[in-house]
Design a protein around this ligand. Structure first.
Ligand code: GTP
Ligand code: IMP
Ligand code: MG
Length: 337
């Protein structure tokens, strides 16, 4: 067994949190390791009626057998991390790599006071971009230097390779989305690093040959928070009428939205080397799919949509999301892909 990588296929907020949580239980991941940005991410996981909003803790926390790692590629805001650790009661399971970068209050201030970042780019204001600038400038302090994190610090890269050698499954959790990538996205309206599957491997310290599956998560429509192009963007009235109104998990800003974009999805499959995909919010397109948990019980239009995605993209649809709960998932039979 090797590494499964899960990444966002559009502009973030595709529902990776829920898909990662489900997958970690399904493959019994021994390690869930957070790659990607920092606390600019906001994953939502709904389990047993409780809604968890995670910014740094891996969504694999739902699997009690999973060790939870934060990789060297991630930027950590200790205030955010410590409050999540105590809210989720995961102390003892969490290891922060000593080489992960530290976000300090001056980064947050700079993110919010810079006219360019806050107004033109419309960043999340979490200090992630300014801290990344310092990391590239080789001045950023690392997590190993913060006494508040001392009991969580370890070498996650070494532990991942030991687990892989022992035959365990490692689940690498990406954040944001492919078109927010610094290199492959809609520059300059992007985040401060590459966030495609190759970058996820680099963040956690494994080579591409260790990867078993690359799963790209799409939502049944495209959303985007902040500035930047969005093809076929719908008006606010149209979003209300379609029931596609969403707000950002971190910033509370309304999410812009457009219909599912097959061209963008195809590019995403290429950029990530996807072996399979997940499509969330099928229930937003086909209300009678809500809460359905078996492929045979899905409305015919939902089955046809999944088949169309699979044939257009040339990959298997592994999961279809039918509601916010972790278990509101359908696994299409492999013959449809
Ligand atoms: P980032 O890491 O910020 O990119 O976020 P994310 O990809 O983890 O997604 P986020 O949780 O920010 O947004 C997805 C939203 O859709 C959340 O409110 C989820 O609860 C919800 N959601 C996920 N899957 C489904 C689904 O299949 N159906 C419905 N109705 N809601 C879903
Ligand atoms: P930053 O990552 O805070 O610098 O923000 C840069 C751009 O990426 C802005 O348009 C943000 O709205 C967007 N962004 C960053 N993280 C996320 C995310 O997790 N979900 C959706 N958009 C994000
Ligand atoms: Mg989000």
């Amino acid at each position: 067994m090797g590494v499964d990588v899960i990444v966002g296929g559009f502009f973030g907020d595709e529902g990776k949190g829920k898909i990662i949580a489900y997958h970690s239980l399904k493959v019994n991941a021994k390690i869930g390791v957070r790659a990607g940005g920092g606390p600019n991410a906001g994953h939502t996981v709904v389990k047993d009626g409780v809604t968890y909003r995670l910014r740094l803790i891996p969504s694999s926390f739902v699997n009690p057998a999973s060790r939870l790692f934060i990789s060297p590629g991630v930027l950590v805001d200790p205030d955010v991390l410590l409050s999540e650790v105590s809210a989720l009661d995961v102390e003892g399971r969490i290891v922060v790599d000593g080489k992960a970068g530290l976000i300090e209050s001056r980064h947050i201030e700079r993110d919010r006071s810079s006219e360019f970042l806050s107004k033109n780019i419309s960043t999340t204001g979490t200090g992630t971009g300014p801290a990344m600038e310092e990391r590239v400038g080789r001045r950023l302090r690392l997590c190993s230097e913060d006494p508040r994190l001392s009991n969580m610090i370890g070498d996650t890269v070494e532990s991942i390779h030991e687990e892989l050698e022992a035959g365990g499954k490692v689940l690498a959790e990406g954040t944001q989305g492919t078109f927010l990538s610094l290199y492959h996205g809609t520059y300059p309206y992007v985040t401060s690093k590459d966030v495609t599957a190759s970058a996820v491997c680099s963040d956690i310290g494994v080579g591409p040959k260790t990867v078993d599956e690359v799963m790209v998560v799409f939502k049944s429509y495209v959303t985007r928070v902040g500035n930047g192009p969005l093809r076929d963007e719908l008006s606010e009235e149209e979003l209300q009428a379609r029931g596609w109104v969403e707000r950002g998990t971190v910033t509370g800003r309304p999410r812009r939205a457009a219909p599912f974009d097959f061209d963008l999805a195809k590019k995403s499959v290429r950029l990530n080397g996807a072996t399979c995909c997940a499509i969330t919010k099928i229930d937003a397109l086909f209300p009678s799919a809500k809460g359905v948990r078996s492929f045979s019980a899905l409305p015919q239009e939902a089955k046809l949509f999944s088949e169309k995605v699979s044939s257009e993209l040339g990959i298997r649809v592994a999961y279809m999301g039918t509601g916010p709960d972790l278990l509101d998932i359908v696994e299409p039979p492999t013959s449809t892909g």
